[in-house]
Design a protein around this ligand. Structure first.
Ligand SMILES: NC(=O)c1ccc[n+]([C@@H]2O[C@H](COP(=O)([O-])OP(=O)(O)OC[C@H]3O[C@@H](n4cnc5c(N)ncnc54)[C@H](OP(=O)(O)O)[C@@H]3O)[C@@H](O)[C@H]2O)c1
Length: 298
């Protein structure tokens, strides 16, 4: 019902400015992340593009600078499939940046063949959830000191097809590439929900979202019938600029200042699945994530 209502809403626009604010966007060299970087740079924010490939990052940064007219855009190396890289990135941010007002956990991989991160995690749960969980953990003190601040995690409506397999989170016993993607996107919503509770009273608010169905490089691993279906629906998909709007809404909309932990789509609150509201599972996933990453985060 909410989805139907959203279809008839006027497009969201905002003249909100972000001078003096610092933003980190993961996976900002292409797709939704790059369009988000352009928009937030236009609003006057200092934008740090966190990307795994520095050649692609430099080329994208040039585009972001040209399109936004802002010189306050930089790129830094971050490979979410490697906790060493995540730690190096976070250390550089913690040392080099006096503040971090908006963290956008955007990077993602979808339905890739079975693979493992440097730390031995299945690639989709490893990059989409565990990588962002560790990154957020390592930056949280700086983000708290920068309050009011926001943490945005880009999930997907695919979360509603997912379940968390606590006994085999890395799909070692059996791997279904769509199931592993859905699991990782459900993990994003559960993480966002519990993170909001843990951050109550700190001035840091959190948001997760479905950006829409957008033609981006994310589809690179689709094959066979899935690729055919995506080709058929492609005339009805959003552009990357349209796909970035809900992320931008969560990052800048003033009326969201007092909201935290919610799920959004089409620049409005949206319903997430029952599994995504399971606080007991959110807690278990949090504990398992800490254990896998060898961190303590109460
Ligand atoms: N497109 C859709 O229809 C859709 C729908 C629902 C949700 N989403 C979500 O939207 C987010 C952005 O996706 P998109 O559509 O913009 O896809 P995209 O164009 O493929 O962008 C994904 C970004 O993530 C980066 N990335 C992948 N693995 C990484 C790693 N190990 N370390 C650091 N960065 C990594 C990619 O870097 P490289 O360029 O180096 O690979 C790229 O910059 C994802 O979280 C996705 O799940 C997208």
């Amino acid at each position: 019902m909410q989805a139907v209502r959203n279809m008839f809403r006027a497009a969201w626009t905002s003249a909100e400015r972000l001078e003096g604010k610092t933003v980190v966007i993961t996976g900002a060299n292409t797709g939704i992340g790059k369009e988000t970087a352009i928009d937030l740079a236009k609003r006057g924010a200092k934008v740090i593009m966190a990307c795994r490939d520095m050649d692609r990052a430099q080329a994208a940064m040039k585009e972001v600078v040209e399109s936004s007219g802002s010189q306050q855009v930089t790129c830094m190396r971050l490979d979410l499939a490697d906790s060493k890289s995540i730690r190096e990135f976070a250390e550089a941010i913690n040392k080099g940046e006096p503040q971090l007002n908006i963290l956008i956990n955007n990077a993602g991989v979808m339905v890739c063949p079975y693979g493992k991160t440097a730390d031995g995690f299945e690639m989709q749960i490893g990059v989409n959830h565990l990588g962002h969980f560790l990154l957020t953990h390592l930056l949280i003190d700086l983000i708290k000191r920068s309050a009011p601040a926001r943490i945005i995690t880009v999930s997907s409506m695919a979360h509603s097809f997912g379940s968390i397999n606590l006994e085999d989170i890395n799909s070692e016993k059996s791997y279904n590439k769509s199931g592993a993607y859905s699991q990782s996107k459900l993990a994003n919503v559960l993480f966002n929900r519990l993170l909001a509770k843990k951050l109550e009273g700190t001035g840091v608010t959190t948001y997760s979202l479905h950006p829409g169905v957008i033609q981006t490089d994310l589809w690179r691993h689709l094959s066979g019938p899935q690729r055919f279906v995506m080709k058929m629906v492609s005339p009805f998909t959003k552009s990357p600029v349209q796909g970035a709007q809900t992320t931008i809404y969560c990052a800048v909309e003033p009326s969201l200042e007092k909201e935290s932990g919610g799920y959004y789509s089409d620049c409005a609150p949206a319903s997430c699945s029952a599994a995504a509201k399971d606080d007991d599972m959110a807690q278990k996933l949090w504990e398992l994530s800490c254990q896998l990453l060898s961190i303590t985060w109460e």
